[in-house]
Design a protein around this ligand. Structure first.
Ligand code: TYD
Ligand code: MG
Length: 453
Protein backbone atom coordinates (compact mmCIF):
# COMPACT_ATOMS: atom_id res chain seq x y z
CA UNK A 1 0.00 0.00 0.00
CA UNK A 2 1.30 3.39 -0.88
CA UNK A 3 2.30 5.66 1.95
CA UNK A 4 -0.18 8.30 3.06
CA UNK A 5 1.31 11.65 2.21
CA UNK A 6 0.73 14.43 4.70
CA UNK A 7 2.03 17.86 5.30
CA UNK A 8 1.71 20.56 7.99
CA UNK A 9 -0.08 23.84 7.47
CA UNK A 10 -0.31 26.87 9.70
CA UNK A 11 -4.04 27.37 10.26
CA UNK A 12 -3.47 31.08 10.65
CA UNK A 13 -1.38 32.11 7.68
CA UNK A 14 -1.29 28.99 5.53
CA UNK A 15 2.48 28.47 5.61
CA UNK A 16 3.51 24.91 4.85
CA UNK A 17 5.99 22.84 6.85
CA UNK A 18 7.37 19.38 6.43
CA UNK A 19 7.20 18.65 10.17
CA UNK A 20 5.33 19.90 13.18
CA UNK A 21 6.64 22.81 15.24
CA UNK A 22 5.22 24.87 18.07
CA UNK A 23 5.45 28.32 16.57
CA UNK A 24 4.87 29.32 12.99
CA UNK A 25 8.02 30.99 11.76
CA UNK A 26 6.04 32.94 9.24
CA UNK A 27 3.33 34.61 11.34
CA UNK A 28 4.86 33.93 14.76
CA UNK A 29 1.64 32.42 16.11
CA UNK A 30 1.83 29.55 18.55
CA UNK A 31 0.02 26.20 18.24
CA UNK A 32 -1.48 26.89 14.88
CA UNK A 33 0.26 24.19 12.89
CA UNK A 34 -1.77 21.13 12.05
CA UNK A 35 -1.23 18.07 9.95
CA UNK A 36 -3.28 17.66 6.76
CA UNK A 37 -3.49 14.81 4.35
CA UNK A 38 -2.66 15.95 0.86
CA UNK A 39 -2.71 12.55 -0.78
CA UNK A 40 -4.64 9.60 0.41
CA UNK A 41 -3.16 6.16 0.22
CA UNK A 42 -6.20 4.40 -1.14
CA UNK A 43 -6.57 4.70 -4.84
CA UNK A 44 -9.87 6.41 -5.37
CA UNK A 45 -10.63 9.73 -3.81
CA UNK A 46 -14.32 9.16 -3.68
CA UNK A 47 -14.69 7.57 -0.25
CA UNK A 48 -17.30 4.88 -0.34
CA UNK A 49 -19.58 4.22 2.57
CA UNK A 50 -19.12 1.04 4.58
CA UNK A 51 -22.02 -0.71 2.93
CA UNK A 52 -21.43 0.12 -0.68
CA UNK A 53 -17.91 -1.21 -1.04
CA UNK A 54 -18.69 -4.42 0.80
CA UNK A 55 -22.02 -5.02 -0.83
CA UNK A 56 -21.84 -8.60 -2.00
CA UNK A 57 -23.99 -9.35 -4.99
CA UNK A 58 -25.74 -12.60 -5.44
CA UNK A 59 -27.46 -13.91 -8.52
CA UNK A 60 -31.19 -13.27 -8.74
CA UNK A 61 -33.89 -14.54 -11.06
CA UNK A 62 -35.07 -11.75 -13.28
CA UNK A 63 -38.55 -12.11 -11.84
CA UNK A 64 -37.15 -11.57 -8.35
CA UNK A 65 -35.62 -8.25 -9.18
CA UNK A 66 -37.92 -5.57 -7.96
CA UNK A 67 -37.99 -2.57 -10.15
CA UNK A 68 -38.24 0.73 -8.50
CA UNK A 69 -40.22 3.26 -10.37
CA UNK A 70 -37.91 4.94 -12.78
CA UNK A 71 -37.20 8.42 -11.61
CA UNK A 72 -35.60 10.85 -13.94
CA UNK A 73 -34.44 14.34 -13.27
CA UNK A 74 -36.15 16.78 -15.53
CA UNK A 75 -33.50 19.01 -17.07
CA UNK A 76 -36.08 21.70 -17.92
CA UNK A 77 -34.77 21.53 -21.43
CA UNK A 78 -37.23 19.66 -23.61
CA UNK A 79 -34.80 18.89 -26.39
CA UNK A 80 -32.18 17.53 -23.98
CA UNK A 81 -34.81 15.51 -22.13
CA UNK A 82 -35.95 13.97 -25.36
CA UNK A 83 -32.44 13.01 -26.44
CA UNK A 84 -31.71 11.55 -23.01
CA UNK A 85 -34.89 9.49 -23.24
CA UNK A 86 -36.90 11.47 -20.72
CA UNK A 87 -34.43 13.17 -18.42
CA UNK A 88 -31.29 12.38 -16.46
CA UNK A 89 -31.16 9.02 -14.74
CA UNK A 90 -29.81 9.21 -11.17
CA UNK A 91 -26.27 7.91 -10.95
CA UNK A 92 -25.73 8.05 -14.69
CA UNK A 93 -22.69 9.40 -16.46
CA UNK A 94 -23.35 11.40 -19.60
CA UNK A 95 -20.62 12.44 -21.96
CA UNK A 96 -21.29 15.44 -24.18
CA UNK A 97 -18.90 15.69 -27.09
CA UNK A 98 -18.54 18.31 -29.76
CA UNK A 99 -16.13 20.47 -31.68
CA UNK A 100 -14.61 23.49 -29.97
CA UNK A 101 -16.88 26.50 -30.07
CA UNK A 102 -19.99 24.56 -30.98
CA UNK A 103 -21.70 25.52 -27.70
CA UNK A 104 -21.17 22.65 -25.26
CA UNK A 105 -20.32 24.92 -22.35
CA UNK A 106 -23.19 27.22 -23.25
CA UNK A 107 -25.68 24.36 -23.34
CA UNK A 108 -24.55 22.89 -20.06
CA UNK A 109 -24.37 26.20 -18.26
CA UNK A 110 -27.82 27.02 -19.52
CA UNK A 111 -29.13 23.71 -18.23
CA UNK A 112 -27.29 24.17 -14.92
CA UNK A 113 -28.75 27.65 -14.48
CA UNK A 114 -32.32 26.64 -15.13
CA UNK A 115 -32.38 23.43 -13.11
CA UNK A 116 -34.56 23.33 -10.06
CA UNK A 117 -31.88 21.24 -8.33
CA UNK A 118 -28.62 22.12 -6.67
CA UNK A 119 -26.06 21.95 -9.43
CA UNK A 120 -22.31 22.10 -9.34
CA UNK A 121 -20.70 23.33 -12.52
CA UNK A 122 -17.00 22.54 -12.45
CA UNK A 123 -14.97 24.36 -15.05
CA UNK A 124 -11.35 23.77 -15.77
CA UNK A 125 -11.41 25.88 -18.88
CA UNK A 126 -12.77 29.23 -17.90
CA UNK A 127 -12.47 31.49 -14.90
CA UNK A 128 -15.42 32.21 -12.64
CA UNK A 129 -15.63 35.72 -14.13
CA UNK A 130 -15.84 34.37 -17.65
CA UNK A 131 -18.58 31.99 -16.63
CA UNK A 132 -20.40 34.81 -14.91
CA UNK A 133 -20.21 36.87 -18.09
CA UNK A 134 -21.64 33.99 -20.05
CA UNK A 135 -24.31 33.38 -17.44
CA UNK A 136 -25.36 37.02 -17.61
CA UNK A 137 -26.08 36.57 -21.28
CA UNK A 138 -28.07 33.46 -20.70
CA UNK A 139 -29.94 33.81 -17.45
CA UNK A 140 -28.31 35.55 -14.56
CA UNK A 141 -30.68 34.68 -11.75
CA UNK A 142 -30.01 31.29 -10.28
CA UNK A 143 -29.18 30.62 -6.68
CA UNK A 144 -28.97 26.87 -7.03
CA UNK A 145 -26.05 26.71 -9.40
CA UNK A 146 -22.57 26.67 -7.91
CA UNK A 147 -19.54 27.39 -10.05
CA UNK A 148 -16.22 25.81 -9.17
CA UNK A 149 -13.07 26.47 -11.12
CA UNK A 150 -10.93 23.51 -10.29
CA UNK A 151 -9.16 20.76 -12.15
CA UNK A 152 -7.98 18.43 -9.42
CA UNK A 153 -10.45 15.64 -8.75
CA UNK A 154 -9.47 15.45 -5.08
CA UNK A 155 -10.47 19.07 -4.59
CA UNK A 156 -13.61 18.63 -6.64
CA UNK A 157 -14.72 15.76 -4.43
CA UNK A 158 -13.98 17.76 -1.31
CA UNK A 159 -16.25 20.50 -2.61
CA UNK A 160 -18.89 18.00 -3.60
CA UNK A 161 -18.94 16.61 -0.09
CA UNK A 162 -19.34 20.10 1.25
CA UNK A 163 -22.21 21.33 -0.89
CA UNK A 164 -23.81 18.00 -1.76
CA UNK A 165 -25.11 18.83 -5.25
CA UNK A 166 -27.90 16.96 -7.05
CA UNK A 167 -26.19 17.21 -10.40
CA UNK A 168 -22.53 17.68 -11.30
CA UNK A 169 -21.30 19.08 -14.62
CA UNK A 170 -17.62 18.78 -15.50
CA UNK A 171 -16.27 21.08 -18.20
CA UNK A 172 -14.19 19.32 -19.47
CA UNK A 173 -12.94 15.85 -18.67
CA UNK A 174 -9.71 16.60 -20.55
CA UNK A 175 -8.74 19.31 -18.08
CA UNK A 176 -9.10 17.14 -14.98
CA UNK A 177 -6.19 15.57 -13.23
CA UNK A 178 -5.75 13.33 -10.27
CA UNK A 179 -2.76 13.03 -7.99
CA UNK A 180 -2.47 9.31 -8.46
CA UNK A 181 -1.30 9.56 -12.00
CA UNK A 182 1.92 11.27 -12.92
CA UNK A 183 1.07 12.18 -16.50
CA UNK A 184 -0.27 15.54 -17.56
CA UNK A 185 -3.96 16.49 -17.76
CA UNK A 186 -5.66 15.29 -20.92
CA UNK A 187 -3.47 12.21 -21.22
CA UNK A 188 -5.10 8.84 -21.61
CA UNK A 189 -4.31 7.59 -18.13
CA UNK A 190 -5.48 10.82 -16.52
CA UNK A 191 -8.78 10.81 -18.39
CA UNK A 192 -9.40 7.18 -17.56
CA UNK A 193 -8.54 7.57 -13.91
CA UNK A 194 -10.59 10.75 -13.45
CA UNK A 195 -13.55 9.18 -15.22
CA UNK A 196 -13.30 6.11 -13.02
CA UNK A 197 -13.37 8.24 -9.90
CA UNK A 198 -16.37 10.16 -11.19
CA UNK A 199 -18.23 6.98 -12.10
CA UNK A 200 -17.64 5.61 -8.64
CA UNK A 201 -18.95 8.83 -7.16
CA UNK A 202 -22.00 8.88 -9.46
CA UNK A 203 -22.97 5.28 -8.83
CA UNK A 204 -22.55 5.44 -5.08
CA UNK A 205 -24.40 8.65 -4.51
CA UNK A 206 -26.93 8.31 -7.37
CA UNK A 207 -25.90 11.74 -8.57
CA UNK A 208 -26.01 12.27 -12.33
CA UNK A 209 -22.72 13.53 -13.71
CA UNK A 210 -22.37 15.22 -17.07
CA UNK A 211 -18.92 15.31 -18.62
CA UNK A 212 -18.05 17.62 -21.45
CA UNK A 213 -15.49 16.11 -23.79
CA UNK A 214 -13.52 17.52 -26.67
CA UNK A 215 -13.50 15.75 -29.96
CA UNK A 216 -10.61 15.25 -32.28
CA UNK A 217 -10.46 16.38 -35.91
CA UNK A 218 -11.97 13.15 -37.14
CA UNK A 219 -14.97 13.53 -34.87
CA UNK A 220 -14.11 11.09 -32.09
CA UNK A 221 -14.16 11.97 -28.44
CA UNK A 222 -10.57 12.83 -27.58
CA UNK A 223 -8.89 10.47 -25.21
CA UNK A 224 -9.37 6.80 -24.80
CA UNK A 225 -12.17 5.07 -26.60
CA UNK A 226 -12.69 3.38 -23.26
CA UNK A 227 -14.33 6.58 -22.02
CA UNK A 228 -17.25 5.94 -24.33
CA UNK A 229 -17.59 2.45 -22.93
CA UNK A 230 -17.45 3.64 -19.36
CA UNK A 231 -20.21 6.21 -19.51
CA UNK A 232 -23.91 5.44 -19.83
CA UNK A 233 -24.79 7.99 -22.46
CA UNK A 234 -22.76 9.65 -25.17
CA UNK A 235 -24.27 12.77 -26.66
CA UNK A 236 -22.86 14.59 -29.60
CA UNK A 237 -23.43 18.27 -30.19
CA UNK A 238 -22.98 18.96 -33.84
CA UNK A 239 -23.64 21.52 -36.49
CA UNK A 240 -21.80 24.00 -38.55
CA UNK A 241 -20.24 26.73 -36.45
CA UNK A 242 -21.19 29.22 -39.13
CA UNK A 243 -24.82 28.24 -39.02
CA UNK A 244 -27.13 29.02 -36.16
CA UNK A 245 -28.59 25.54 -35.86
CA UNK A 246 -27.08 22.91 -33.60
CA UNK A 247 -28.12 19.31 -33.35
CA UNK A 248 -27.88 17.16 -30.27
CA UNK A 249 -27.83 13.43 -30.87
CA UNK A 250 -27.36 10.41 -28.67
CA UNK A 251 -24.68 8.06 -29.96
CA UNK A 252 -25.06 5.67 -27.10
CA UNK A 253 -27.80 5.58 -24.51
CA UNK A 254 -28.28 2.90 -21.91
CA UNK A 255 -31.58 4.44 -20.88
CA UNK A 256 -33.25 5.36 -24.12
CA UNK A 257 -33.22 5.28 -27.86
CA UNK A 258 -30.30 6.61 -29.84
CA UNK A 259 -32.28 7.92 -32.75
CA UNK A 260 -33.69 10.93 -31.01
CA UNK A 261 -32.59 14.36 -31.95
CA UNK A 262 -32.70 17.79 -30.41
CA UNK A 263 -32.40 21.01 -32.37
CA UNK A 264 -31.16 24.31 -30.99
CA UNK A 265 -30.63 27.71 -32.40
CA UNK A 266 -27.61 29.70 -31.19
CA UNK A 267 -28.69 33.19 -30.32
CA UNK A 268 -27.12 36.15 -28.61
CA UNK A 269 -28.54 35.02 -25.31
CA UNK A 270 -27.74 31.36 -25.47
CA UNK A 271 -29.28 28.38 -27.15
CA UNK A 272 -32.95 28.39 -27.96
CA UNK A 273 -34.80 25.11 -28.26
CA UNK A 274 -36.35 24.70 -31.67
CA UNK A 275 -39.75 23.18 -31.11
CA UNK A 276 -40.89 23.05 -34.68
CA UNK A 277 -37.77 22.35 -36.71
CA UNK A 278 -39.49 21.91 -40.04
CA UNK A 279 -40.54 25.52 -40.12
CA UNK A 280 -37.06 26.86 -39.57
CA UNK A 281 -35.35 24.47 -41.93
CA UNK A 282 -37.46 25.49 -44.87
CA UNK A 283 -36.49 28.73 -46.47
CA UNK A 284 -39.19 31.33 -46.58
CA UNK A 285 -38.56 32.05 -50.21
CA UNK A 286 -41.70 33.12 -52.00
CA UNK A 287 -40.12 32.74 -55.38
CA UNK A 288 -39.97 29.35 -56.99
CA UNK A 289 -36.35 28.48 -57.60
CA UNK A 290 -35.09 25.63 -59.66
CA UNK A 291 -32.87 23.08 -57.95
CA UNK A 292 -34.67 22.87 -54.64
CA UNK A 293 -36.95 20.15 -53.34
CA UNK A 294 -38.42 19.37 -49.96
CA UNK A 295 -37.97 15.97 -48.34
CA UNK A 296 -40.16 14.62 -45.57
CA UNK A 297 -37.60 12.89 -43.36
CA UNK A 298 -37.74 11.40 -39.96
CA UNK A 299 -35.14 11.79 -37.24
CA UNK A 300 -35.90 9.24 -34.59
CA UNK A 301 -39.62 9.51 -34.21
CA UNK A 302 -39.65 13.12 -35.16
CA UNK A 303 -40.77 14.15 -38.62
CA UNK A 304 -38.65 16.83 -40.17
CA UNK A 305 -39.12 18.65 -43.45
CA UNK A 306 -35.83 19.62 -44.98
CA UNK A 307 -34.88 21.50 -48.04
CA UNK A 308 -32.45 20.02 -50.52
CA UNK A 309 -30.63 22.19 -52.99
CA UNK A 310 -28.77 21.01 -56.03
CA UNK A 311 -26.75 22.77 -58.66
CA UNK A 312 -26.02 21.00 -61.91
CA UNK A 313 -23.76 22.72 -64.38
CA UNK A 314 -21.46 21.74 -67.22
CA UNK A 315 -18.10 20.56 -66.00
CA UNK A 316 -15.32 22.98 -66.79
CA UNK A 317 -12.61 20.40 -66.33
CA UNK A 318 -12.46 16.92 -67.72
CA UNK A 319 -13.55 15.17 -64.56
CA UNK A 320 -16.87 16.45 -63.28
CA UNK A 321 -17.07 17.42 -59.63
CA UNK A 322 -19.54 15.87 -57.27
CA UNK A 323 -19.89 17.32 -53.87
CA UNK A 324 -22.50 16.80 -51.18
CA UNK A 325 -22.93 18.68 -47.91
CA UNK A 326 -25.04 16.95 -45.31
CA UNK A 327 -25.62 13.95 -47.55
CA UNK A 328 -23.56 10.88 -48.33
CA UNK A 329 -21.47 11.62 -51.44
CA UNK A 330 -21.38 7.94 -52.43
CA UNK A 331 -25.15 7.82 -52.35
CA UNK A 332 -25.27 10.92 -54.54
CA UNK A 333 -23.07 9.16 -57.10
CA UNK A 334 -25.36 6.17 -56.99
CA UNK A 335 -28.42 8.32 -57.55
CA UNK A 336 -26.77 10.07 -60.48
CA UNK A 337 -25.93 6.69 -61.98
CA UNK A 338 -29.53 5.58 -61.57
CA UNK A 339 -30.75 8.75 -63.27
CA UNK A 340 -28.32 8.21 -66.12
CA UNK A 341 -29.14 4.58 -66.66
CA UNK A 342 -32.85 4.41 -65.84
CA UNK A 343 -34.17 7.82 -66.78
CA UNK A 344 -31.80 8.68 -69.60
CA UNK A 345 -30.39 11.91 -68.17
CA UNK A 346 -26.88 12.67 -69.35
CA UNK A 347 -25.22 13.82 -66.16
CA UNK A 348 -21.81 12.25 -66.69
CA UNK A 349 -20.30 15.48 -67.97
CA UNK A 350 -21.96 17.70 -65.38
CA UNK A 351 -20.75 19.07 -62.07
CA UNK A 352 -23.27 18.26 -59.36
CA UNK A 353 -23.35 20.05 -56.02
CA UNK A 354 -25.80 19.07 -53.36
CA UNK A 355 -26.55 20.81 -50.13
CA UNK A 356 -28.94 20.23 -47.28
CA UNK A 357 -29.87 23.62 -45.94
CA UNK A 358 -29.51 24.61 -42.31
CA UNK A 359 -26.14 22.87 -41.98
CA UNK A 360 -27.64 19.59 -40.86
CA UNK A 361 -26.76 16.18 -42.14
CA UNK A 362 -29.26 13.46 -42.80
CA UNK A 363 -28.87 9.77 -43.43
CA UNK A 364 -32.51 8.89 -43.82
CA UNK A 365 -32.85 7.07 -47.19
CA UNK A 366 -36.24 8.71 -47.64
CA UNK A 367 -34.58 11.85 -48.94
CA UNK A 368 -33.38 10.06 -52.09
CA UNK A 369 -36.40 11.09 -54.08
CA UNK A 370 -36.05 14.73 -53.07
CA UNK A 371 -32.38 14.58 -54.10
CA UNK A 372 -33.48 13.35 -57.50
CA UNK A 373 -36.09 16.07 -57.78
CA UNK A 374 -33.57 18.77 -56.84
CA UNK A 375 -30.92 17.50 -59.26
CA UNK A 376 -33.35 17.18 -62.16
CA UNK A 377 -34.94 20.51 -61.41
CA UNK A 378 -31.57 22.20 -61.57
CA UNK A 379 -30.62 20.25 -64.67
CA UNK A 380 -33.68 21.26 -66.67
CA UNK A 381 -33.98 24.60 -64.86
CA UNK A 382 -37.64 24.11 -64.00
CA UNK A 383 -38.66 24.69 -60.39
CA UNK A 384 -40.41 21.99 -58.41
CA UNK A 385 -43.89 22.97 -57.27
CA UNK A 386 -43.54 24.73 -53.92
CA UNK A 387 -46.42 22.88 -52.35
CA UNK A 388 -44.90 19.49 -53.06
CA UNK A 389 -42.66 17.33 -50.93
CA UNK A 390 -41.20 13.86 -51.39
CA UNK A 391 -40.47 10.83 -49.25
CA UNK A 392 -39.13 7.66 -50.83
CA UNK A 393 -35.98 5.66 -51.29
CA UNK A 394 -34.52 4.86 -54.69
CA UNK A 395 -33.35 1.38 -55.64
CA UNK A 396 -30.63 0.56 -58.13
CA UNK A 397 -33.21 -0.54 -60.67
CA UNK A 398 -34.78 2.89 -60.56
CA UNK A 399 -37.68 1.68 -58.48
CA UNK A 400 -39.24 3.97 -55.90
CA UNK A 401 -39.22 2.10 -52.62
CA UNK A 402 -41.36 2.57 -49.55
CA UNK A 403 -39.95 4.07 -46.35
CA UNK A 404 -40.89 3.64 -42.71
CA UNK A 405 -43.57 5.60 -40.86
CA UNK A 406 -44.97 7.06 -44.02
CA UNK A 407 -48.20 8.23 -42.43
CA UNK A 408 -46.32 10.29 -39.91
CA UNK A 409 -44.46 11.99 -42.73
CA UNK A 410 -47.68 12.62 -44.60
CA UNK A 411 -49.34 14.19 -41.60
CA UNK A 412 -46.32 16.43 -40.92
CA UNK A 413 -46.44 17.63 -44.53
CA UNK A 414 -50.15 18.23 -44.13
CA UNK A 415 -49.60 20.14 -40.92
CA UNK A 416 -47.09 22.42 -42.59
CA UNK A 417 -49.44 23.27 -45.41
CA UNK A 418 -48.03 21.26 -48.29
CA UNK A 419 -50.51 20.42 -51.03
CA UNK A 420 -49.03 17.13 -52.17
CA UNK A 421 -46.51 14.48 -51.21
CA UNK A 422 -44.85 11.98 -53.52
CA UNK A 423 -44.44 8.50 -52.05
CA UNK A 424 -43.82 4.98 -53.29
CA UNK A 425 -46.84 3.14 -54.60
CA UNK A 426 -45.75 0.14 -52.55
CA UNK A 427 -46.40 1.93 -49.26
CA UNK A 428 -49.10 0.39 -47.14
CA UNK A 429 -51.46 3.06 -45.91
CA UNK A 430 -54.14 2.46 -43.32
CA UNK A 431 -56.46 4.95 -44.96
CA UNK A 432 -56.79 6.48 -48.36
CA UNK A 433 -57.91 10.00 -47.76
CA UNK A 434 -55.52 12.52 -46.30
CA UNK A 435 -55.80 16.25 -46.10
CA UNK A 436 -53.19 16.48 -48.82
CA UNK A 437 -52.83 14.86 -52.20
CA UNK A 438 -50.79 11.67 -52.02
CA UNK A 439 -49.05 10.94 -55.30
CA UNK A 440 -47.93 7.34 -55.65
CA UNK A 441 -45.12 6.49 -58.00
CA UNK A 442 -43.39 3.22 -58.79
CA UNK A 443 -40.45 4.13 -61.01
CA UNK A 444 -38.09 7.07 -61.24
CA UNK A 445 -39.45 7.79 -64.75
CA UNK A 446 -42.91 8.34 -63.23
CA UNK A 447 -41.46 10.95 -60.89
CA UNK A 448 -39.83 12.79 -63.77
CA UNK A 449 -43.08 12.71 -65.71
CA UNK A 450 -45.03 13.97 -62.77
CA UNK A 451 -42.65 16.80 -61.85
CA UNK A 452 -41.65 18.12 -65.22
CA UNK A 453 -44.40 16.88 -67.51
P1 TYD B 1 -19.04 27.48 -26.17
O1 TYD B 1 -20.16 27.03 -25.34
O2 TYD B 1 -17.92 28.20 -25.52
O3 TYD B 1 -18.44 26.28 -27.00
P2 TYD B 1 -17.66 24.99 -26.51
O4 TYD B 1 -17.78 24.89 -25.04
O5 TYD B 1 -18.36 23.87 -27.25
O6 TYD B 1 -16.27 25.14 -26.98
O7 TYD B 1 -19.70 28.34 -27.33
C1 TYD B 1 -19.05 29.36 -27.86
C2 TYD B 1 -19.76 30.00 -29.01
O8 TYD B 1 -21.11 30.28 -28.79
C3 TYD B 1 -19.08 31.29 -29.22
O9 TYD B 1 -18.55 31.29 -30.52
C4 TYD B 1 -20.10 32.34 -29.02
C5 TYD B 1 -21.39 31.63 -29.11
N1 TYD B 1 -22.41 32.15 -28.19
C6 TYD B 1 -23.51 32.82 -28.69
O10 TYD B 1 -23.66 32.97 -29.89
N2 TYD B 1 -24.47 33.26 -27.81
C7 TYD B 1 -24.36 33.10 -26.47
O11 TYD B 1 -25.24 33.52 -25.71
C8 TYD B 1 -23.21 32.43 -25.97
C9 TYD B 1 -23.03 32.24 -24.48
C10 TYD B 1 -22.26 31.97 -26.85
MG1 MG C 1 -16.28 25.10 -23.60
Amino acid sequence: MAKVKTTFFCQNCGAQYSKWQGQCTSCKEWNTIAEEIIQKAEKSTWKSGPTSSHRASKPLKISEITQEKEVRLDTKNLELNRVLGGGLVPGSLTLLGGEPGIGKSTLMLQVALSLPYKTLYVSGEESAQQIKMRAERIRPDSDRCFILTETKTQNIFRNIQEIDPDIVVIDSIQTLHTDYIESSAGSISQIRECATELIKFAKETATPVILIGHITKDGNIAGPKILEHMVDTVLQFEGDRNHVYRILRAHKNRFGSTNELGIYEMQGNGLREVMNPSEVLLSKNEERLSGTAIAATLEGIRPLMIEIQALVSSAVYGTPQRSATGYNAKRLNMILAVLEKRAGFKLAAKDVFLNITGGISVDDPAIDLAVIAAVLSSNVDIPVDKGLCLAAEIGLAGEVRPVTKIEQRISEAEKLGFQSIVISKYCKLSKEDFGIEVIKVGKVQDVVKHLFG
